[in-house]
Design a protein around this ligand. Structure first.
Ligand code: 3HC
Length: 301
């Protein structure tokens, strides 16, 4: 049964090549997923060659691991390796009909990237953003063809977690939305249509949770005590390990977006800010980083 608000799949456009903008960890996970499930060429692009090489290297490394586990034969692996490539030259995505952006969580940067890309790709190419919290409508506002912009939000680790939030901007058209759902099906994800509201659904709820964790720390309870207090709830991960997986800077930026939108519901945490500014990993050898624990001491909220 077609969910409410999802256009008929007959409107979906065919996807024959995928462009990925960004070559960080999220972008690299997406490159692997798209190549594996869609079986079409996937090109990654980023500002410097080192990042591009690292991104493509991640994909190749994951293919090796899958072969080593006996879950992929060498023929399939060879085909998959041949589908994924990367370049600093953005023109490699000129003939992509589905482009997904997974760069740093900054609205101006994302708008600038889309403005540049719109000059390169065809007017029909779908422009999808993996933003964690920013407005899809605003991102598309200055484009010549805003109707082909859609939010396509994955969860980490992308290969494992089945959820995909598809976000309809104010001007997203039916063909774009139908294509997004068709691609979601091919990726074997459980797609849900969500409102273009700050941090959408999952990150808004999750941030409320992690924000309260840091409120408790800011109020003076040690970080490791707050973290382990959730064990009886049977969550797949403790909160600090989860924040490490998401990336403390990403989590902080999602928190900032929500704080701006709903100041009384999402407090800024001085502790999380200190941790992000220090650039420290939250976890070391599966334990809370002692340096981080020290930064978290002394709250007085
Ligand atoms: N990348 C790829 N695969 C991974 C992985 C990773 N980072 N971490 C684990 N896996 C795979 C393993 O290889 C294993 O696969 P297999 O069964 O085929 O061998 C499978 O996941 C299970 O791994 P483990 O047995 O090692 O560990 P767990 O059973 O504890 O599962 C977990 C690990 C899937 C990460 C689980 O702890 C979990 O679901 N945690 C919660 C994650 C979560 O909530 N993520 C959402 C964050 S919000 C977000 O991403 C949005 C963004 O905008 C901020």
């Amino acid at each position: 049964k077609r969910p409410v608000g999802v256009p008929d799949k007959s409107l979906a456009r065919k996807v024959t090549k995928v462009g990925i903008v960004g070559a960080g960890l999220m972008a690299s996970q997406l490159a692997l997923l798209f190549a594996r499930r869609l079986q079409v060429p996937v090109v990654m692009t980023d500002l410097d060659q080192t990042r591009v090489d690292k991104g493509v290297g991640y994909v190749l490394g994951q293919i090796e691991k899958t072969v080593a586990k006996g879950r992929m034969d060498e023929g399939t692996a060879a085909k998959l390796r041949g589908l994924v490539s990367g370049s600093v030259d953005k023109s490699v995505i000129a003939d992509a009909d589905f482009v997904i952006e997974a760069v740093f969580e900054n609205l101006d940067l994302k708008k600038q990237i889309w403005a540049e890309l719109e000059k390169i790709v065809s007017p029909e190419a779908i422009l999808a953003t993996n933003t964690s919290s920013l407005s899809v409508t605003e991102m598309a506002a200055d484009l010549e063809h805003p109707s082909r912009v859609v939010g396509f939000h994955f969860f980490n680790p992308v290969a494992v977690l089945p959820l995909l939030e598809i976000i309809k901007g104010e001007r997203t058209d039916d063909a774009t939305l139908a294509t997004a759902f068709a691609v979601g099906r091919e990726l074997k994800k459980s797609s849900v249509l969500v409102k273009d509201a700050p941090a959408f659904v999952v990150n808004r709820v999750l941030t409320r949770f992690t924000s309260e964790v840091f409120q408790a720390v800011d109020a003076g309870t040690p970080l490791d005590v707050v973290d382990s207090a959730f064990d009886p709830l049977g969550l797949p991960m403790r909160p600090i390990a989860l924040l490490q997986l998401v990336g403390p800077a990403v989590a902080y930026h999602v928190g900032e977006t929500l704080h701006r939108a709903f100041p009384s519901r999402f407090a800024d945490s001085p502790t999380l800010k200190k941790i992000v500014d220090a650039g420290l990993p939250l976890m070391v050898d599966d334990e809370i980083n002692p340096e981080v624990a020290k930064l978290a001491v002394g709250g007085s909220a």
